[in-house]
Design a protein around this ligand. Structure first.
Ligand code: NDP
Length: 333
């Protein structure tokens, strides 16, 4: 492997705030992988809504300067001796989950790095991993969706949303999908939603009633958070499950647990990382994800690949609800 540079391009924050706190640097130190990490030269870096929570301070950054980013794709360029490399070798083309990916190089935990299978383009694997694993674990673990179930998915044209619509169709469920514009609703329908609507509460309630014979949906998959939480409890069927997995509209206020007893509801607040903690869990779900893609059951929509220098625009676009599917960064530009 060619010798590595000592500095790299990357984006860090030194305080929380608007997109102005995103600092593009050309002279960050290339990280040195510690034990059980591998160094990856990134080709595509994922943007996730969670990056905006760390930038604004909704989720506290553990330290400053802090580098955002949760996933990326690239080539393994260095493996420290003694590392359990999980079968990886230098030169492997990989996707992975790690903190600190808004850069040309990342020291990633080897246990969360996976080789890209034959037949899946690098960009596609990059755009699929984090949101795909999230969607898969939501429909298998948070609520094990059954064939014929009616479910509600919010923000259905977003990164996680579009994958949920497709996976739910693949397992035989029927999805009522919300999205804010006609164009987004069309996209959700093309990707597997049975019925698409806006967020108007009365319209959502009426639609759920109509399609479920008044019973309500078995599950709601909600990454919108504050704005839709109460509506979700209203439209769930008896014994239904609310999977509240994000806060795009703001954090959900504290819940009075007694509210659940009227219909014996379950409310879950899942995080992907707690479903893929063990090697076996990570491997199982990653393999399932690749299988869905290779079988042609999962179309990975990429909104745009932004140059790293335009990271602020990418944040503005996702927060401004202007995007559909996955946003990527090119860390070399
Ligand atoms: P998306 O691409 O889905 O973008 C967020 C979408 O939320 C927007 O496109 C918009 O769609 C909708 N939205 C609704 N209200 C608002 C609002 N007030 N401001 C901005 N957007 C709003 O992002 P991701 O796919 O990255 O993430 C989706 C959700 O899933 C996020 O909440 C994220 O935190 C969560 N997530 C959680 C994970 C976990 O492990 N728990 C893992 C991955 C993601 P529209 O215009 O149609 O309303």
């Amino acid at each position: 492997m060619a010798s590595l540079p000592s500095t790299m391009k990357g984006v860090v924050i030194n305080k929380t705030g608007g997109t102005e706190v995103l600092e593009y640097k050309k002279d960050l130190q290339v990280p040195k992988p510690k034990e059980n990490q591998v160094l990856v030269r990134n080709s595509f870096v994922g943007i996730n809504y969670i990056d905006t929570y760390f930038r604004t301070g909704l989720y506290p950054a553990p330290n400053f300067p802090y580098m955002l980013g949760r996933d990326a794709e690239g080539v393994v360029v260095s493996i420290p001796s003694g590392t359990n490399a999980h079968g990886l070798k230098e030169g492997d083309r990989v996707v992975y989950l790690s903190e600190g990916t808004y850069a040309e190089y990342t020291a990633a935990p080897a246990a969360k790095v996976v080789k890209i299978p034959e037949g899946i383009p690098e960009k596609v694997a990059s755009a699929a991993l984090l949101q795909g694993l999230t969607a898969l674990t939501l429909i298998k673990e948070t609520y094990n969706v059954q064939k014929g179930d009616w479910v509600l998915v919010h923000a259905a044209a977003g990164g996680v949303g579009l994958l949920l619509c497709q996976l739910l169709r693949a397992v035989g469920a029927k999805t009522i999908a919300t999205a804010s514009t006609e164009e987004k609703r069309k996209l959700a329908k093309e990707n597997g939603a049975e019925v698409t609507i806006g967020y108007d509460e009365e319209e959502v309630k009426q639609t759920v009633k109509q399609y479920t014979n008044g019973e309500g949906v078995k599950a709601v998959f909600d990454g919108v958070g504050k704005a839709t939480f109460d509506l979700d409890l209203d439209v769930l069927a008896r014994k239904g499950t609310l999977a509240s997995f994000g806060n795009a509209s703001g954090a959900v206020p504290p819940l009075t647990i007694a509210r659940l007893s009227a219909k014996n509801l379950k409310v879950a607040r899942p995080t992907l990382f707690n479903y893929i903690t063990t090697e076996e869990e990570f491997e199982t779900y990653t393999k399932q994800l690749w299988d869905f893609i290779l079988k042609g059951e999962l179309n990975i929509k990429i909104h745009e690949v932004y140059p790293l220098t335009e990271v602020a625009k990418a944040h503005t676009d996702i927060e401004g609800r202007k995007t559909t599917g996955k946003l990527l960064l090119d860390p070399t530009k």
